[in-house]
Design a protein around this ligand. Structure first.
Ligand SMILES: CC(C)(COP(=O)(O)OP(=O)(O)OC[C@H]1O[C@@H](n2cnc3c(N)ncnc32)[C@H](O)[C@@H]1OP(=O)(O)O)[C@@H](O)C(=O)NCCC(=O)NCCS
Length: 257
C-alpha cells in the first residue's frame, strides 16, 4: 500500500521532473497562517479568487485558497512556469484541466484538512480521498451506491469497520469517474468494483464500457492516518509511484513502491 509522507519531519528535497510514464501523488495539508494564505491568494486567477470569496464560511475560503494555490505552485514547478502563468480551464462537468497540454494530467481531492493532488504523464487521472468517519444513513448509502455483489462485502464486517469499507468502495468509484471528468453523475450502484483484484481489473467489466474506460487501472493508497484513498489512470499503474508532500510552499519527495 502506498503511503503519502507525513507533512512534517521528513527531509526537504527538490522537486524532480517526471519521466515518460510517471504518476506522482502530493499531499497538501490545508492549514496555513494568514500571511501564507495571502501569498497563495496572490497566485490565483481572478475567477479562482472570485470562487474563494463565494464560500459562506471563512474556513472554506482558506482551504480552497491553500489547495488551489498549492496545486498551481506544484504544477508550475513541473512545467517550469510561474504559478500565475499556468493556464487552467474546466471540462464540461467541472474537471479542472491544464489548457493546451496533452502530455500531463492532474486531479485533486480534499477531505477534512487534507488535499491530495495526482499528477500523471500516463493519461487522464482521477483521485479521491475520504477521512474515515461515521456515515449518516450508512445502510441507505450502501443500497444507493454499492452494486448488489459489493453490499455483503460491507455488511458482513463488524459495524465498527463498515464505514471504512464503504469508503474504500466510494473512493474507487469516485476516482474512476473523476478520471473521465464526469464526477458522480452516473449511478454508482451500476459501477462494480473488486477490491482484491489487480489494478487493471478492479472495475468489473460488463462489456458496456468505452475503450477509454476499459483502459483505466485503479489502486489504493493511504493519504494519512485515518484516511482512505484511490487513484485511477487511463493506462497502467506504474510499479513505482512517487509520494510527495507540499508544505508551506516547499516540496518534499520520497519514492514508494
Ligand atoms: C467532482 C465531484 C465528484 C467532487 O466530489 P467531492 O467528493 O465533493 O470532492 P473531491 O474533493 O473528491 O473533488 C473535488 C475536486 O475535484 C475536481 N473536480 C471538480 N469537478 C470534477 C469532475 N467533473 N471530474 C473530475 N474532477 C473534478 C476539482 O479540482 C475539485 O476541487 P476544487 O473545486 O477545489 O477545484 C462531484 O462534485 C461531481 O460529481 N461533480 C460532477 C458534476 C456535477 O454533477 N456537478 C454538479 C455539482 S452542483
Amino acid at each position: 500500500m502506498i503511503r503519502l509522507p507525513e507533512a512534517r519531519g521528513s527531509r526537504l528535497a527538490p522537486l524532480t521532473g517526471m519521466s515518460a510514464e510517471a504518476l506522482h501523488l502530493w499531499s497538501i495539508p490545508l492549514r496555513a497562517g494568514k500571511s501564507q494564505v495571502a501569498q497563495l491568494r496572490a497566485v490565483l486567477s481572478a475567477s479562482e479568487r472570485e470562487k474563494a470569496d463565494s464560500f459562506l464560511l471563512e474556513a472554506q475560503t482558506v482551504r480552497y485558497t491553500i489547495c488551489r494555490g498549492a496545486v498551481r505552485q506544484i504544477l508550475a514547478e513541473y512545467l517550469q512556469l510561474s504559478p500565475n502563468q499556468l493556464a487552467l480551464t474546466t471540462g464540461e462537468f467541472g474537471k479542472p484541466l491544464l489548457e493546451h497540454r496533452d502530455s500531463i494530467w492532474f486531479n485533486v481531492s480534499h477531505s477534512g484538512d487534507l488535499a491530495v493532488l495526482a499528477v500523471s504523464t500516463i493519461g487522464e487521472v482521477g483521485v479521491d480521498i475520504e477521512q474515515v468517519r461515521q456515515i449518516r444513513g450508512l445502510s441507505r448509502m450502501i443500497d444507493r451506491c454499492l452494486a448488489p455483489y459489493e453490499r455483503p462485502e460491507v455488511l458482513r464486517l463488524p459495524s465498527a469497520e463498515q464505514d471504512r469499507q464503504f469508503l474504500r468502495y466510494w473512493t474507487h468509484k469516485e476516482a474512476y469517474l473523476k478520471t473521465f471528468g464526469v464526477g458522480i453523475r452516473r449511478p454508482l450502484e451500476k459501477l462494480e468494483i473488486d477490491l482484491s483484484a489487480p489494478p487493471a481489473r478492479r472495475v468489473i467489466d460488463h462489456g458496456d464500457r468505452s475503450a477509454q474506460e476499459r483502459s483505466a487501472s485503479i489502486t489504493e493508497f493511504c493519504p494519512a492516518e485515518g484516511y482512505v484513498g484511490a487513484i485511477s489512470v487511463c493506462g497502467s499503474i506504474p510499479a513505482e509511484i512517487a509520494a510527495q508532500a507540499w508544505v508551506g510552499g516547499r516540496f518534499r519527495a520520497q519514492r514508494v513502491g
